[in-house]
Design a protein around this ligand. Structure first.
Ligand code: AGP
Length: 612
């Protein structure tokens, strides 16, 4: 995710913002920039690479000024480069903008602006904002009014900061579907994407809400709703220190990332899907439609959690596209002689894009003439550079070794790819695409419901079972891979042995393990095979087994059958894998915490396995 930070006050702004950008580095980025309004002139420095490189640039070519905006860019539109780094500037050179989010209709806006004579210097969606404000300010009396008019033309998401040399002592900020915070201090005021960027200077903050626009001056802050009515905002006091702030008050990065999933999935959807039309925009998936119409097989490869995402993908692709989809663990794929051909589309899945086995699988696939794509979370990673096409998950950096938000964003991206292929191949019509799109956009809210209503229940269940030595996870159909993922989460952070199985396999061996000591976690949400799962639960109970059931809210009967029940909101079965994953992530987290494990850095594990 990009990072935005700005300051206007009594102190020199550049160094304050460079320090702020350094505290936003954990969000992940590929370029950085800063601009000031100094002596009625906009001055800007930008560079691809790390904040340190921008700081070095300022040492040789310094900036000064009491009002500035700065940005770390996580590329969405346009590759990492100096020209694509924020802040972006208008034709007059008087207006600069920094932005976190995605302007969905930027292509249309950019074409219209070019048609009206505007000159663009970047491939970004953000630059259109600067040029639109440039036009609006000619018709407005001030920058605030110009931004009000400009945002009416924007579709998508934005957390933006705007400054102008014509009004050098103010920042205009606007927020829609992307967080933006105002910081208040005695010698100036701030904007930021994340409080950790400004904590050394202030702990007093105002959280902007969607649709609000703010006028920030050194000694005043005014917030307006979209109808230009001033709104009274409460001032919150942050009680974290800077290190904790990176975890935003959570004990561990993993827990923060579990709770970020409504936003990370929203970010994934906003980056690729129009809610209005159900149209998908997969900018970097560089395959022509004729080729995509010609493919006869999909082959998905990954490791660990990414492999589980591939297994879910098999159900999605085969259900929506009726294309056979084979799935393999990358370390197995690379040493066998898989039957590949030009009409096989390889889809590798990797959060880091640096997993050695997955990279080797991509290279093997390409050597046979098949086309290789990658679903990845890191811009510029090896897998992204080597694949023929890519899909960014936009989950933002995942610091915890145990993958959580990257996994659910991988699955979300697979739905989007299925939508894209379905539209091209005529397998999914307009109404079907609209229905799928609507369901996808419901996911963030449904996840938030689970996080809100089930967290206490899950903590209580964790206290009952955290000393157990073995767990069994069972699931069926599209939720069988989620049983595997739940078991992996528990294993890797609590060091408890856990096995995931298709529930139908229980009678073929694992049932011998059932006793009153081993909890059995069963994914029993509403499903075409729900009755079969219910039988499996009965079989466990008949042998004095312990059952922790994940069920659909409203299924009160489950309380009479299982020892413990965790509920998820109702959704069509094909969309339940992500919902069923959330309780399993929290269960693993709370059990590991009770066991005193090093949750963010579990023993023997690395975030990215870059060696065989
Ligand atoms: C998942 O929680 C683990 N950290 C691990 O299984 C991980 O998914 C696997 O190493 C693949 O990593 P990648 O997605 O970066 O390729």
């Amino acid at each position: 995710m990009c990072g935005v930070v700005g300051y206007t006050g009594l102190r020199q702004a550049p160094q304050i913002l460079i320090e702020g950008l350094k505290r936003l580095e954990y969000r992940g980025y590929d370029s950085a920039g800063i601009a000031t309004t100094d002596k009625l002139h906009i001055d800007r420095r930008r560079c691809k690479g790390k904040v340190q490189e921008l700081e070095n640039l300022l040492k040789t070519d310094p900036l000064s000024g009491f009002t500035a905006i700065a940005h770390t860019r996580w590329a969405t539109h346009g590759r990492p480069s100096d020209e694509n780094a924020h802040p972006h500037i208008d034709c007059s050179g008087k207006i600069v903008v920094v932005h976190n989010g995605v302007i969905e209709n930027y292509f249309t806006l950019k074409s219209e602006l070019i048609g009206r004579g505007h000159k663009f210097n970047s491939d970004t969606d953000t630059e259109v904002i600067a040029h639109i404000i440039e036009e609006k300010i000619e018709l407005s009396s001030n920058l605030l009014d110009a931004v009000f008019e400009a945002v009416k033309e924007l579709k998508g998401s934005y957390a933006m900061g705007v400054i102008s040399s014509e009004s050098p002592n103010e920042i205009i900020a606007a927020r829609k579907n992307s967080p933006l915070i105002i910081g208040l201090s005695d010698d100036g005021n701030f904007i930021t994407s994340d409080v950790c960027a400004i904590l050394p200077y202030t702990k007093k903050v105002i959280y902007l809400d969607d649709g609000e626009i703010a006028e920030i001056k050194p000694d005043s802050v005014k917030v307006y709703d979209l109808n230009h009515r001033e709104v009274k905002k409460s001032v919150s006091l942050i009680n974290w220190d800077a290190v904790t702030a990176e975890k935003q008050g959570y004990r561990h990065f993993m827990l923060k990332e579990v709770f970020e999933q409504p936003e990370s999935i929203q970010e994934t959807l906003n980056s690729h899907l129009s809610r209005d039309t159900g149209n998908v925009y997969l900018r970097d998936f560089n395959f022509d439609t004729d080729y995509l119409r010609s493919i006869k097989k999909i082959f998905m490869i990954g490791c660990g959690t990414a492999y589980h995402a591939c297994l879910v993908g098999k159900f999605i692709f085969e259900d929506y596209l009726m294309i056979p989809c084979e799935v393999d663990i990358a370390s197995e794929f690379r040493y066998r002689n898989p039957p590949l051909s030009k009409d096989t589309l390889i889809i590798a899945v990797s959060q880091s894009g640096e997993t050695a086995d997955t990279l080797a699988a991509i290279r093997l696939a390409k050597s046979t003439g098949a086309s290789a794509s990658v679903i990845c979370n890191i811009m510029g990673s090896s897998a992204v550079r080597e694949a023929d096409g890519m899909l960014y998950t936009h989950a933002g950096p995942e610091i915890g070794v145990a993958s959580t938000k990257a996994f659910t964003s991988q699955i979300t991206t697979i739905y989007l790819l299925a939508l894209h292929l379905g539209a091209i191949r005529g397998a999914i019509g307009k109404s079907g695409a609209k229905e799928i799109s609507e369901n996808l956009f419901h996911l963030p809210l449904k996840i938030r419901e689970i996080l809100t209503y089930e967290q206490k229940n899950i903590e209580s269940i964790s206290r009952k079972y955290f000393k157990k030595r073995d767990f069994l996870y069972l699931g069926r159909n599209i939720n069988y891979p989620i049983a595997l993922e739940g078991a992996l989460k528990l294993k890797e952070i609590s060091y408890i042995h856990a096995a995931g199985y298709p529930a139908g396999e229980m009678k073929h061996g694992p049932i011998a393990l059932i006793d009153e000591e081993m909890p059995v976690v069963v994914i029993a949400s509403d499903s075409i095979v729900y009755e079969k799962i219910l039988s499996n639960i009965e079989e466990v109970k008949a042998r004095n087994g312990i059952v922790i059931a994940i069920a659909t809210r409203g299924n009160e009967k489950m309380r009479e059958i299982a020892d413990d029940v965790i509920y998820i909101p109702r959704m069509p079965e094909i969309f339940t894998p992500i919902l069923n994953t959330i309780p399993l992530q929290l269960l693993a987290y709370h059990i590991a915490h009770l066991r005193g494990c090093d949750i963010d850095q579990p023993r023997n594990l690395a975030k990215s396995v870059t060696v065989e």
